[in-house]
Design a protein around this ligand. Structure first.
Ligand code: CMC
Length: 429
């Protein structure tokens, strides 16, 4: 293959180097384009633009492949612990037994949050959305740990900031749940593992014993692994972009959580359940909603369907669908929205509109059904996505910083008025 691409702009030919990844993906390196030609590229939504090279996650949307550091998501979801995946994403290799024990112990030691954090919760009106709270809580960690404000203060400080964030995230997420209910907090219990600790802090009541259900622990572990990273999506790109200004890790991840909140990204898991419930309340007619989704005059979209990158199937959705059946059966939950989801999926997959546009169920389509069966309120669903995605955001930020990438600052093509004279207010017609 030629090592360069030739570009002819208004008669001037320029050669642009090709960058080939380890999985033979080809990128055209345009970093010198503007200097050589005066032109920039334009790509709304970055549909064709690679923003970085990365060794963390490989995704082939046509073939439905997702691998972290070379390991397939199917294998990781089946065999690994969530904190092993966090280590893999952040450090690049699976940990040895000793490395894992050290990593796990470090994280367990930092699970408590400063008591003053509760004061922030006390200031919010009842019913504030959990995602708004999570954004603020993560960002507030920079106030409690001011050494994090300089992300360039050395390896040890960086790893302490990372460890604290990983360790405190389940505690913060559980605090959000308890504050929503007006219930007393359950403190972290460091003899429990990461996933168990989160479930215990969320579902235990101070007045009662709580026995962790291994079905829930396994399902949660799997769901968190399935969400752990997804290369340069909207939130990961946000984390990288904010971090590229050398804002601290807490601020960068907090911005990522904000990006995740949107219904076109992680917020879709809440919207899916709301949609399924609305269809059920409306008599369960899946076809009616398929028709609405196809109608270009109707803003309705089939939530949990479609993906920017996957154009065949979302491997995470495949695993989650199987898990949903298993978990509901094991828990003895009969959720009518599962039947509606399956009816909707069947109808959509045989409809030319969805087939032609390669629209398939994505990770958010079935995850909410499992979360609800586990006892999570619908408003917490995107928080659960964030809890799982955290190691990915950290790994993306760390890679960006270690690669010493420049500040992210896209160009634009200006389309506003050309130069004109200021008209004093009395003279404007
Ligand atoms: N329902 C109906 N039509 C759709 C849908 C949908 N869910 N998704 C895409 N389309 C249509 C869209 O109208 C367009 O049609 P046309 O070519 O006739 O104009 C075509 O399919 C391509 O869609 P697009 O909006 O150009 O695709 P995109 O890559 O910009 O957007 C998406 C991807 C995920 C934002 C979009 O599919 C969507 O809005 N899905 C619903 C929200 C959702 O489930 N989001 C979760 C994504 S997966 C979790 C995550 O990683 O965040």
């Amino acid at each position: 293959m030629s090592e360069t691409a030739k570009l002819n702009i208004q008669g001037n030919e320029t050669e642009l180097p090709l960058i080939v990844g380890t999985e033979n993906e080809v990128g055209i390196d345009i970093s010198k384009l503007r200097g050589a030609t005066g032109a920039v590229t334009l790509d709304f939504g970055y549909k064709n633009t690679g923003s970085t090279t990365s060794a963390i996650t490989y995704l082939d949307g046509e073939k439905g492949i997702l691998r972290h550091r070379g390991y397939s998501i199917e294998e990781l979801a089946e065999k690994a612990e969530f904190l092993e995946i966090a280590y893999l994403l952040i450090h690049g290799e699976l940990p040895t037994k000793e490395e894992y024990t050290k990593w796990d112990n470090e994280i367990r030691r930092h699970t408590l949050v400063n008591g003053d954090i509760q004061n922030i919760f006390d200031a919010w009106p009842t019913g504030s959305h959990p995602m708004g709270q999570l954004i603020a809580m993560i960002s507030s960690l920079s106030s409690f740990y001011p050494e994090s404000l300089n992300p360039n203060s050395g390896e040890e400080a960086k790893m302490r900031t990372i460890t604290r964030l990983l360790a405190k995230m389940p505690t913060i997420c559980a605090m959000i749940s308890k504050n929503r209910l007006g219930h007393p907090l359950i403190y972290p219990q460091n003899n429990l593992n990461y996933v168990e600790n989160y479930l215990n802090m969320t579902f235990k009541h101070v007045t009662e014993d709580y026995v962790l259900d291994p079905i829930l622990v396994r399902a949660m572990n799997k769901l968190m692994i399935l969400h752990a990273d997804h290369e340069q999506n909207c939130s990961a790109s946000t984390v990288r972009l904010v971090g590229s200004s050398h804002a601290n890790l807490y601020a960068s991840v907090s911005a990522g959580v904000a990006a995740l909140w949107g219904p076109l990204h992680g917020g879709a898991n809440q919207k899916v359940i709301e949609m399924l419930e609305a269809i059920q309340a409306d008599g369960g007619d899946a076809q009616k909603y398929i028709d609405k989704a196809k109608d270009k005059n109707d803003p309705f979209r089939l939530m949990g369907f479609g993906h920017r990158v996957y154009k065949n199937f979302d491997p995470r959705a495949k695993i989650i669908k199987k898990s949903a059946d298993e978990v509901l059966e094991k828990l003895g939950v009969n959720d009518p929205t599962l039947a509606i989801a399956k009816k909707l999926e069947e109808a959509a997959l045989s409809d030319p509109y969805f087939v032609e546009r390669k629209l398939f169920p994505n990770v958010d389509f079935y995850s909410g059904i499992i979360y609800r069966a586990m006892g999570f309120p619908v408003e917490m669903f995107t928080v659960l996505f964030a809890l799982g995605r955290l190691p990915g955001w950290i790994a993306q930020w760390k890679e960006m910083m270690e690669d010493k990438q420049p500040i992210g600052r896209p160009r634009q093509i200006y389309t506003g008025p050309v130069t004109r004279d200021f008209v004093p207010i009395d003279e404007r017609g």
